[in-house]
Design a protein around this ligand. Structure first.
Ligand code: FBP
Length: 701
């Protein structure tokens, strides 16, 4: 072989084609960074002003009145566009400002556009205004870590996903010390407005900071961010002020695309059940949207499970004049039975494969687990309150944590006073697989939230499903249906009479497109006995090869592939909807700042309608507060919005559930292909399907 001279790698790297394909700037990035989202009409005027409206009603929490006295009276304000202002107002609107913005909590596609919108509006009002970014979340405010945005930096990130421009973090500014340090940072940089882009807890924090900084003249504005979609603001009369947080559409679409691929895979290779856990700390909004986007065979909705009552058992007990308390509420066991039912039904029509979507927060809605989470939250919070070191640094290993719990259980046996952790709790806890125990004991976040993403929920549920399916298989209930034509063709091909064997083998040979092997035939031994009994073979003869083949085809092999869709969707590039939404949110934030607002959240109404009808609005945060148990204490927080099981979107999913399970003999799978997130082109859903459907609820049809 002739040895060729190899080009040196330095030279190769200088080739234009090589430079082109190895550059991190490609067409997609260029197209995104150069795109200018359209601007809502009111925001395109020279100035904006805010008009108070009494159209919305809120019921104030007493604690909120006490703790947030200076902002509790804030009103909902509509943003209006004007081309003229009187001189004093104009001067105020155009004054030089120093604005600081921070990302808080998990990333959500579109965050960079909030900054870009705010930056563009601020610079338009006064080119000397400085917009700062606090680095790595609220820690940047406390620790004085700050950058000044430049036009180049902003331009590099327009319409791109992630929070990487300034990073994010989950710190809560909740102690006097942290608040004082934050105030010092603001004073040092002359910051007159703090913008917090975050979820329910971060917007709660924004309200408390607005109160704390009220007399310092520092305005604090919140922006509703989270892929979970659980910041939805409605007033007492259910009038929608903020239908969805930004990032939800992009993340749900990204998950839907991956899950739709799995629907195609499972129905092609027909051997796997793909089990897809999707993010959403508590609420199942993402799972619901994914169901609508993909028509996966089964989608669990946590909020529905919370409502579950076992009517059959309740009635049975009633007949005996008893009350069966265990029939109320969902348990992990019952949940596994619900899933098994669907799997068995599909198998009966020859489909021993499919796709199941499980929301990350499903455990929150399972009574027995919810009780555990609350108890463990309280135990950890109590420990932290009493000791100088926190629970997780004291007890590093699972065994040490288990040991601590065991000691608590022992104390509850020895003392007569009430103890939160008793022997029964401890036994039940120790029966759980270790990975589940680890998950339940995982560190809570700084807001005291249980970190569902750290628990392998899908594994817990599917282990129970696999166990129960084995029982159903052994008792002859879980079988793969054999298509009648297939059976007939193969038997005739091999010279056997299908009718003679069909009646012996199948329980529904007289009718049915899919033939189900009789429950009594559950092994080759019982198959042979049945054939001998019907005189189809003699005692000393072997089972005909084709009959053995058919029988084996009817024996299900339950194979799963587990997937978790979360962090990938939080990091995807925003859909066009989220690009428009977030850029206009950024512009709205400036409008609130320029009009002197504080303790308010920027939002856009009518997101379900045509862009021309979008209406920027400023929402008071304090009236959205309610009391919730956090770290063992009742705490004032913004109420999370969970899936409303009376909503149009949920009712449609419920109604179409059987269709999507496709377990009727004549039904093909009904998978829907949402396609990839495309920045241009018309294939992408232009906004969340749940948003469109739920908007119908307020329309006279
Ligand atoms: P935010 O509420 O901060 O937007 O975060 C949402 C989320 O993505 C949840 O869906 C998930 O449970 C959690 O963050 C994961 O948190 P972490 O990044 O700490 O693993």
């Amino acid at each position: 072989m002739v040895k060729k001279n190899l080009l040196d790698i330095e030279t190769i790297l200088k080739y234009p084609e090589v430079i082109n394909v190895t550059s991190n700037i490609n067409m997609e990035v260029l197209e995104r960074t150069q795109y200018c989202p359209p601007v809502c009409e009111v925001l395109s005027k020279e100035y904006t002003c805010l008009e108070d409206t009494d159209e919305y009603r809120f019921r104030f929490n007493k604690e909120a009145i006490l703790q947030l006295p200076d902002i509790i009276g804030n009103k909902v304000q509509n943003v209006k566009g004007v081309n003229f202002l009187d001189d004093t107002k104009k001067k105020d609107y155009r004054k030089k400002r120093n604005i600081g913005i921070v990302f808080s909590g998990g990333p959500a596609p579109g965050g960079h556009n909030v900054i870009a919108g705010l930056y563009d509006a601020a610079k338009k009002a006064n080119p000397d205004t400085i917009v700062f970014g606090f680095l790595v979340g609220p820690d940047g405010i406390i620790e004085n870590q700050i950058i000044e945005f430049t036009p180049e930096l902003i331009d590099q990130h327009r319409n791109l996903g992630g929070f990487n421009m300034i990073k994010t973090g989950r710190t809560k500014i909740d102690t006097k010390k942290k608040i004082d340090l934050s105030r010092q940072t603001c004073k040092k940089f002359g910051i007159d407005t703090l913008v917090i882009v975050g979820g329910d807890d971060s917007n709660t924090n924004a309200a408390f900071l607005a109160q704390a900084f009220y007399n310092d003249g520092i305005q604090v504005i919140g922006v509703p961010k989270t892929i979970d979609g659980d910041i939805q603001v409605r007033d007492e009369d259910n009038k929608v002020l903020c239908a969805i947080s930004f990032g939800f559409h992009s993340a749900a679409r990204s998950f839907a695309k991956q899950i739709s691929n799995l629907c195609t895979d499972s129905s092609s290779d027909i051997k796997y059940w793909h089990i897809c856990k999707v993010m959403g700390r508590v609420a199942s909004h993402i799972a619901l949207e994914v169901a609508l986007q993909t028509h996966a065979n089964m989608t669990l909705i946590g909020e529905e499970l919370a409502d579950y009552d076992d009517i059959l058992r309740i009635r049975k007990a009633e007949k005996k004049g008893e009350i069966d308390y265990t029939a109320y509420g969902m348990t992990l066991r019952k949940l596994s039975r619900v899933i098994c039912k669907g799997i068995v039904k599909r198998a009966a029509v020859g489909k021993n494969y499919g796709v199941i979507v499980i929301p990350e927060g499903v455990l929150e809605f399972i009574n027995e687990i919810q009780v555990f989470i609350t108890k463990l939250n309280t135990i950890i919070a109590d420990y932290n309150l009493k000791h100088d070191v926190d629970f997780h640094s004291t007890f590093l290993l699972l065994e040490e944590k288990q040991d601590y719990l065991r000691r608590l259980a022992r104390r509850s046996r020895e003392e007569t006073t009430f103890h939160i952790w008793n022997g029964r709790d401890d036994d039940f806890f120790n029966d759980m697989p270790e990975f589940f125990q680890e998950g339940l004991l995982a560190e809570r976040d700084s807001h005291g939230n249980f970190q569902f993403s750290q628990v392998e929920t899908e594994k817990v549920v599917m282990n129970l499903v696999a166990d129960y399916l084995n029982i159903l298989k052994d008792s002859g209930i879980y079988k793969v249906g054999i298509k009648r034509d297939y059976f007939t063709t193969l038997l005739i091909r091999d010279g056997f009479n299908p009718d003679s064997y069909g009646h012996t083998l199948f329980k529904n040979y007289d009718k049915g497109e899919y033939l189900i092997v009789k429950e009594s035939i559950m092994s080759l031994k019982t198959l042979k006995m049945a054939l001998v009994k019907e005189l189809l073979i003699k005692e000393d003869e072997k089972i005909p090869k084709i009959i053995e083949f058919i029988y084996k085809k009817s024996v299900p092999n339950f194979k799963t592939q587990l997937h978790f869709y979360g962090y990938d969707g939080r990091g995807c590039d925003p859909t066009r909807f989220d690009c428009l939404y977030t850029y206009n949110l950024g512009l709205t934030v400036f409008s609130i700042i320029a009009n002197g607002g504080t303790g308010q959240m920027a939002a856009i109404k009518n997101l379900e309608k045509d862009f021309t009808e979008w209406a920027p609005v400023s929402i008071p945060i304090a009236p959205l507060m309610h009391l919730e148990e956090r770290q063992g204490r009742l705490t004032l927080v913004i109420e999370k919005s969970i899936v409303d099981i009376n909503s149009v979107a949920f009712r449609i999913v419920k109604e179409l559930r059987d269709k999507w399970l496709a377990a009727d003999g004549h039904q093909n799978d009904n998978f829907r292909r949402p396609g990839p997130i495309r920045f241009t082109g018309r294939s992408e859903e232009d906004r969340p399907i749940t948003l469109k459907l739920n908007a119908l609820g307020s329309t006279e049809l």
